[in-house]
Design a protein around this ligand. Structure first.
Ligand SMILES: *Cc1c(COP(=O)(O)O)cnc(C)c1O
Length: 347
């Protein structure tokens, strides 16, 4: 496939920088399964501290963090409460049912965010006809909700109410650091009322691979068993943990640039006749081009002739994502290309 020059498809499109590659090449390594990889051990300590949890475990992907967390919290016949657009429900191959035997109760939130009252209404009575409500999970930021930031008060209300009903609490923090940078609220504060939380290194933080799941010592001991069972226990994984460490040390504060680029892009696109834009809170921008009378598939293909790509998320919807491999001049270039493509369809 031809390489796209301005790739707004996702923040997973970042490539490791020279500095990150140097850190990977220089990484001290050992056998991760024996807990003898010093770089992985350092990463795990750093993540525990960052998220304010007793312990953490390094995993190959964010999806595995979600799947292991659900597997620890749930048993067959249990039910997980989450938002309708969430990753655990839609984009993990039905893993909750396949791996944990759990059903999903989905809530229609606003921009990916639901209320404690909505959650409470979903909790099942303890009676043999019903699945057992076991776990509530939220996404910070809410990806398909628009990269929206869950307000801390809403999180605390949901957690407190969940505790009242004996539900475990899990946070999918694929883009938690974007929420932290956008709000100025520390990661540990967001994580405080959750039993399990994770961060992705391969999204906006710019590492090539990896995520880390955090929680109590007891939770992480259980998670380690499933890390082995799922085939996610690695060996000299310090090579990739070094990239994750580098991403924490160098690429968190700079997420602010992605957020300002997102505002720049959203404003530029909102000025184009026929394109409507959801105001971004972080680095994800959702567009609707229904007024242009063309599908997002076709529009995106036309954009590709300008060496630019977005992600098609619906018949006339698309998502554009800013990240560390897209510069401000390139955002301006992208706006011009969108103008040209929209103009061509308006005629
Ligand atoms: C990307 C993403 C995941 C999965 O992460 P991977 O590292 O790609 O497996 C989970 N949740 C959300 C909200 C995501 O955006």
């Amino acid at each position: 496939m031809k390489k796209v020059r301005i790739d707004l498809f996702s923040d997973t499109m970042t490539r490791p920088s020279a500095g990150m590659r140097a850190a990977m090449a220089a990484a001290e390594v050992g056998d991760e399964q024996l807990r003898e990889d010093p770089t992985v051990n350092r990463l795990v300590e750093k993540v525990s501290e960052l998220l304010g949890k007793e312990d953490a475990v390094f995993l190959p992907s964010g999806s595995m963090c979600n799947q292991i967390a659900m597997r620890v919290h749930c048993q067959p016949g249990d039910e997980i409460i989450c938002e309708a657009t969430s990753h655990v429900r839609n984009f993990e191959g039905g893993g909750a049912s396949a791996i944990s035997g759990a059903s999903i109760y989905s809530l229609d939130g606003e921009n990916g965010i639901f209320t404690a009252d909505q959650m409470e209404a979903a909790v099942r009575p303890l009676e043999n006809h019903f699945p057992v409500s076991r776990l509530v999970t939220i996404e910070q930021t809410a990806n398909m909700g628009g990269g929206t930031v869950w307000p801390l008060e809403t999180i605390e209300e949901v957690c407190q109410r969940a505790a009242k009903f004996g539900l475990a609490r899990h946070m999918d923090g694929a883009r938690l650091m974007n929420a932290v940078v956008a709000s100025g609220i520390p990661a540990a504060t967001y994580c405080d009322c959750f039993d399990s939380v994770w961060v992705d290194f391969s999204k906006g933080l710019g590492a090539p691979v990896g995520a880390a799941l955090a929680g109590s010592k007891d939770f992480i001991n259980k998670a380690w068993r499933f890390k082995h069972q799922f085939g996610g226990a690695m060996r000299q994984s310090g090579i990739i943990a070094a990239a994750a460490l580098y991403s924490i040390e160098h690429n968190i504060e700079r997420l602010a640039e992605d957020h300002s680029n997102a505002v720049l892009l959203a404003e530029g696109l909102a000025n184009i006749e026929g394109i409507s834009v959801q105001t971004p809170e972080t680095n994800l921008i959702f567009l609707d081009i229904s007024e242009l009378g063309v599908s997002s598939e076709q529009f995106n293909e036309r954009l590709m002739t300008h060496d630019i790509r977005t992600c098609v998320t619906g018949k006339t919807q698309m998502r554009a994502v800013t990240h560390l491999d897209v510069s401000t001049p390139q955002i301006k270039e992208a706006i011009t290309a969108f103008q040209k493509v929209a103009q061509a369809y308006r005629q």
